[in-house]
Structures are given as C-alpha cells and as structure tokens.
Write a protein that binds this ligand. Sequence first.
Ligand code: 13P
Length: 291
Amino acid sequence: MSLENAKGMLIRATQGKYAIGAFNITDFTQLEGIVEAAVNKKSPLIIQTSVEPSKFYGRKMMAAAVRAIAESVPIPICLHLDHCTDVEYCKQCADAGYTNIMIDASKFPFEENVRQSKEVADYCHRVGDISVEAELGTVSGVEDQIKVVEDEARLANPNQSVEFVERTGIDLFAPAIGTAHGVYKTKDPKVDFERLGKIAQLINGKGVRVPLVVHGGTGLPPHTVAKLIEVGGSKFNVSTELKYTLIDTTFNYITEHREEYNPGKINVAVKNAIRAAVEKWIDLLGSAGKA
Ligand code: 13P
C-alpha cells in the first residue's frame, strides 16, 4: 500500500476503542523489525523519526525508504516526524514525503504555540494529504514526571485544549497528562486519566474530530495503557524501549560471538528482538487484525 497520513487510521482506532503504536526508528534495522511485526499482526502502523535520524539519513532518503517498504506490504503505514521544533524543517519534511508532521512549540507561551502550530497545519494541508500533530503543556523527561503531575499548570488545560485545537486546525492533539519520555522510575507512573477523558469529551464527544496522542509509551503498565485507550487515547508513542532493544541486543550478540565479524547476523538478531517487542505492543494496544 502507499504511505498514508495518520488521521484516518486514528479516527477509526478511537471509534473502535483500540490504539495504534507509533514507533520511533533511528535506523533501518529497527524499521524492518517494526514492519515485520505489524505485517504479522495485520496492524496499521505509524513509523516515526525524530529530527536527528531524519537529518542523519536525509529526509528524502528516509521518506523514500519508508515509502518503498510501505508499498511492498499489505498494511497501511504512516511516516511521522516527531517533536520537530523548527517550522521550516517541518515544511521541508512534508515536501520530502513524510505523511504526518509534529510541530512541537509547546515550550512557548500559548499564543506562540498556536501561531507556529497553525502555520505548519496550514502549510501541510495546502501541499498534500498530510496530517499535523501539536502539543500543549509539558511532557517531561522522566526525572521530573512527578513534579509535572503535581504542577497542574504544566498539564494541558481542557478548555484551553479546545481553543488550541480550534484555532490551529491541527489533526492530532497531544495534551500533557503526566506521561514522560524515557524510563519511568516507578512501575506505576502517575497519569492524569481524568484530564485526558475530559479533553476527549470536549473535543471528540460529538464524533471523533481530532484523535488524541499519548507520549512516553515506554514503561507504561498494561492497565494504564488500557485505561488511557478507554478514555480516548489512540496514538501511543514508543521510542526508548526500541533504543534499549537495539543497543542491548547488539551488545549481547557481540559479547556472545566475539570472533564472528558478521554485521548481517547482528542485524538479524536486532530485527528479531525489535519485532518481538513491537508485537507485544500491538497486542497491548488492540490493533492486531485492524489493517
Ligand atoms: P518514550 O521514549 O518514553 O517511549 O516516549 C516516546 C515518545 O513519546 C516520542 O514522542
């Protein structure tokens, strides 16, 4: 199938009470493992890159590679640019073939966040069938997850969320609800389910218009994931877990096969480990069989 944007697949997910994994890649071995998992599970898929890998390979090569793999498999795949803070680079990635773009102007005051998010949304909608995600509030690093949850002001305000979505014209909305990037220090991190539910009710209560995104997927326990889906989350971002899988598998393989010097075999070991991790996520999110 050809690459598609994320909005349609996420509206269907929200309506069907399941979610779709958005998996970050830093290289093409991870890409192979993730796609194999989604094909095995017949799941729709979002592949995402942050700005760094996109610049390392070049945005055109990244988009061409993901497009080529998407065209060779029978499941819908979206290519998403994650947490880009540079409006011009967002536009360049849209031009290069990314089908979903995240402008992250969440560190700015509300009005500037609205201005930048709207500029990217307007551009992407003008040049192609490209959906746009933006964030309100602070999705912390793990160190200050608790501080953020305790500081209401850093989480997305529900009424302001409605205003943000309406004024920007974005397609997907990532409200800060207490989840964090990285590895949680506790097995049961604090997440503000009620806040996400309220936001979902206000924005999508009369029919799903703007699917909601949960950042910081790594380490969320199954009961938290289930509850977040129940209250309206439909895109779950997973990055750190796949970085750890890549590095630990490579390290272990080399340690066990010190004299082998065969990079192809390291790639196969990494691909298989990534595939297993992603298959677990797909089962957890309920997207198996939904492609
Ligand atoms: P983790 O690295 O915690 O999985 O978070 C990923 C993410 O939210 C990327 O946008």
